[in-house]
Design a binder for this molecule. Structure first.
Ligand SMILES: [Zn+2]
Length: 324
């Protein structure tokens, strides 16, 4: 009895060893890098087809942290074979200042080859990602971009809100994707320069349209607009909510109202994604009017590639109307 069970155990071990080695051999035989199974002249054998069916075609999964980074990356990776771009957070999430990673987010990231994020402190969960997934390749959109600081010396991460910042981020993403995935470098570079040309044209159009506006003082909703204001020579007099979702205190409200009345500021910009309640209550106590300015931190699901330009064109219309 004992001998029989020992024999069974030994057989099982042998079987396991055999299976292990055959699995290794199969992996060694599998094509490396891009699984270009349809190379010219290559005969499609049944085993090749089976491999395809088994899902071993090496599709690269690029995960982006949030909406604007997703839109930029979709443009850069346009028509690149076997590359899929997926956004980690829902497109309506907005800035990720206080975002808490969900277990499903870590699951998505664990399947990713590359994670593209804004950086400059925006993704406060980044340390956790690096700690949990040390092998994940990272692309930092704001790398080496000089950052504006607030009065407390804190760096402002909203680089993409100015078109120059967007262009620099696109360049960064394309460069870093190219070195992580050199096989597709030419496509990434060609796509990004085509996209940058469109963004340059947009920047020129906006600069020209805003050259002769009469009002340059504005109040914005959250800290998203310093780069944008710098680009178009606007002056942010006050910010309604330092962090979206954190309503200003009575004292802060009084201060903002005082600033607006002293300077005669006529324009408060709320953001389409957040409640304009605080902005409206300020407007009611001043001569200012509420308009909506979009920091392009959110957008529709499966956003078309030109979503950033579309949102900025809308912003331009609002600005021309509000600041005339
Ligand atoms: Zn923000």
């Amino acid at each position: 009895m004992l001998r029989k069970s020992l024999f069974i155990k030994f057989s099982l071990i042998l079987l396991a060893v055999a299976l292990f080695f055959s699995a290794c051999a199969r992996q060694e035989n599998a094509p490396q890098g891009s699984l270009d199974n349809n190379r010219e002249g290559e005969v499609q054998t049944p085993s090749n087809k089976d491999r395809d069916k088994a899902g071993t075609v090496d599709e690269k999964l690029i995960v982006t942290s949030f909406y604007p980074i997703y839109v930029f990356t979709v443009n850069i990776a346009k028509d690149v074979p076997n590359v899929k771009v997926v956004n980690l957070t829902e497109p309506q999430t907005g800035c990720l200042h206080d975002y808490q990673l969900l277990p499903s987010d870590l699951k998505t990231l664990s399947k990713a080859d590359i994670f593209v994020y804004n950086g400059a402190g925006l993704e406060s969960f980044l340390d956790k990602v690096i700690e949990q997934l040390p092998g994940l390749k990272l692309v930092e959109a704001s790398k080496d971009i000089p950052l504006l600081k607030d009065e407390n010396g804190e760096e402002n991460p909203h680089v993409w809100v100015s078109i120059s910042g967007a262009i620099e981020e696109v360049r960064n993403i394309a460069d870093q994707l190219s070195s992580l995935d050199p096989e597709n470098k030419e496509l990434y570079m060609a796509n990004s320069s085509e996209y940058i040309k469109k963004l340059e044209a947009l920047k020129e159009k906006m600069t020209n349209s805003l050259k002769d506006i009469k009002t340059r003082d504005i109040v914005t909703f959250h800290e998203a607009f310093p780069y944008f204001a710098q680009e178009f020579d606007l002056n942010i007099v006050a910010v309604v909510e330092r962090e979206p979702g954190t309503e200003p205190s009575a004292g802060e409200l009084r201060e903002i109202i005082e600033d607006i009345n002293t300077r005669g500021t006529r324009v408060i910009f709320a953001e389409p994604q957040y409640s304009p309640r605080a902005a409206e209550s300020i407007a009611a106590q001043t001569n200012a009017k509420v308009y909506f300015l979009d920091p392009v931190a959110t957008g529709p699901k499966d956003a078309p590639a030109d979503s950033y330009e579309k949102a900025m064109e809308e912003n331009l219309k609002v600005l021309v109307e509000a600041l005339k």
